[in-house]
Design a protein around this ligand. Sequence first.
Ligand SMILES: C[S@@+](CC[C@H](N)C(=O)[O-])C[C@H]1O[C@@H](n2cnc3c(N)ncnc32)[C@H](O)[C@@H]1O
Length: 213
Amino acid sequence: MIVDERLVTYINSLETGNTDILNQIEREALKTNVPIIRKEMQTFLKLMLVMNRPKRILEVGTAVGFSSILMAEYNPIDCEILTIENYEKRIPIARENFTRAGKENTITLLTGDAKDILPTLADPFDFIFMDAAKGQYINFMPEVLRLLKPGGMLISDNVLQDGDIIESRFAVTRRNRTIHKRMREYLYELTHNEELQTAVLPIGDGITVSVKK
Ligand SMILES: C[S@@+](CC[C@H](N)C(=O)[O-])C[C@H]1O[C@@H](n2cnc3c(N)ncnc32)[C@H](O)[C@@H]1O
């Protein structure tokens, strides 16, 4: 945890909560160890949706559909959401959840590896939420930039790796070194790419918010 736990608990206690179906899907996901966005990210996404009112949303990393349903529920306007997932076990659960939430006409699930699917997408997006394998973000970046409209927003989750990001590569376990290196490259690229204005924020496990100039 990169932010004081009691502080996070207090901040989360101020949140007014989600719809019943989201609460149900969240409970099921947590019970079955499916990783979904934390409360802090939920609150932040809702704010960004109200501010941006995106018509077309792309999500990389569906899991069982929790965050895409949250975006469909809390975007103040009708929108189209495309979300990408490659883990076969999660795909039917996500589809079922979209139907349970009555969002099957709003959310389209694209199945397969994002590295193959992103190049096939043509129409640009107003809002992109990156929440897949952390070591892949840097590889997705050229396609994500191509797909983001000028003025569009890119949000990436889990970028500070529970604080490990500030450690030297030798202090990180060998298993995590590649991800550590790639995430540092991604953060550098987001903050130095001339097409983007980016803030790195210590929310949840660390997030970035970028706007395409
Ligand atoms: C953290 S979970 C997504 C959680 C979801 N956004 C939510 O909050 O409800 C990340 C998901 O990305 C998927 N994923 C990872 N790498 C991927 C890739 N290269 N292409 C497609 N999906 C990928 C994983 O299988 C996993 O289900």
